[in-house]
Design a protein around this ligand. Structure first.
Ligand code: A3D
Length: 320
């Protein structure tokens, strides 16, 4: 059986970490693409030289040519610029929109059958633009944000309760940004929902609200510490979990930015919702029931995403 081929567009902090994880997990051969000459080649060679130590077999190559991604099974896009302290994700819109147009054209030409995962920010607008620019089927283009946001929430909760991260599940919906919607009712420790844990005196409503706010600010907290870029280990791990679910047809249920065609009452937008990822791409959008206050938070988040997509349509009318 031939190995799968994974193309990584953008070989920066996240791109390099994606390549490392894909190698360690033997997900397939890896091509790193970047406009910065030497960067993808250098990272590919460095990682290849780690493979005898770690015992994985994968071909790793770096390139400045889209032709090298030909026939990729999975494409993960991190090309663009990340945030610096004081910048919001939305400040990146103009620059990264142009990048999505270029990347979409390359994917359309050389990897039209791939499952495409977008990570570039502002995420919900960039995945929309990437789908439009590539013309790939909507169920084959998806955005990574919810897996990361819910992983942050899970980590903070596991710390709060002093239990294993493995036994904490969490749900975060909506756009990737300050309006994201961490859902306490659907988040559990070994199946016990968070509101019940408050009743059991494991935590207080006040503490839970603080954890939810820290989750919302999770990306900014790391930008503030690093000063020269944004988070990359956890975002890369999240992207790889989505790629793995597709390549191995695991059918995992994960919160991702998926194209909605009336689910949750939303049309023609990418928004973070739970989906099933399997060999057919996004196989199902899971519509959970929201109570009134959750729905209000979700609607606010959708409006923020719609504002960004409208801004994209103004800058690049051809995409709309
Ligand atoms: P960085 O280390 O700067 O890597 C980006 C790479 O993209 C650089 O190597 C650039 O040379 C390259 N690049 C720029 N323009 C192009 C182009 N036109 N074609 C190909 N490559 C290009 O950034 P990073 O890896 O830390 O972050 C990448 C993106 O992910 C940024 O937009 C971040 O904001 C975003 N990000 C998203 C999340 C989410 O949860 C959605 C989390 C963290 C970062």
């Amino acid at each position: 059986m031939a190995r799968n081929k994974i193309a990584l567009i953008g070989a920066g902090q996240i791109g390099g970490t994606l390549a490392h994880l894909a190698g360690l997990k033997e997900l397939g051969d890896i091509v790193l693409f970047d406009i910065a000459e030497g960067t993808p080649q250098g990272k590919a060679l460095d990682l290849a030289q780690s493979s005898p130590v770690d015992g994985f077999d994968a071909k790793l190559a770096g390139t400045q040519s889209y032709a090298a991604i030909k026939g990729a099974d999975v494409v993960i896009v991190t090309a663009g610029v990340p945030r610096k302290p004081g910048m919001s994700r939305d400040d990146l819109l103009g620059i990264n929109l142009k990048v999505m147009e270029q990347v979409g054209t390359g994917i359309k030409k050389y990897a039209p059958d791939a499952f495409v995962i977008c990570i570039t920010n502002p995420l919900d607008a960039m995945v929309w633009a990437l789908q439009k620019a590539s013309g790939l089927p909507r169920h084959m283009v998806v955005g990574m944000a919810g897996v990361l946001d819910s992983s942050r929430f899970r980590y903070f909760l596991a710390e709060e309760f002093d239990v294993s991260v493995e036994d904490v599940t969490a749900f975060v919906l909506g756009g990737h940004g300050d309006t994201m919607v961490p859902l306490a009712r659907y988040s559990t420790v070994a199946g016990i929902p968070l509101p019940d844990l408050i009743k059991m005196n494991w935590t207080t409503k006040k503490r839970l609200d603080e954890i939810i706010q820290r989750t919302r600010d999770g990306g900014a907290e790391i930008v503030g510490l690093l000063k020269t870029g944004s988070a990359f280990y956890a975002p890369a791990a999240s992207g790889i979990a989505m790629a793995e679910s597709y390549l191995k047809d695991k059918k995992r249920v994960m919160p991702c930015a998926a194209y909605l065609k009336n689910e949750y009452g939303v049309k023609d937008l990418y928004v973070g919702v739970p989906v099933v990822i399997g060999a057919k791409g996004v196989e199902r959008v899971v519509e959970i029931e929201l109570n009134r206050s959750e729905q209000a938070m979700f609607d606010k988040s959708v409006e923020a995403v719609r504002g960004l997509v409208d801004a994209c349509k103004k800058i690049a009318p051809d995409l709309g």
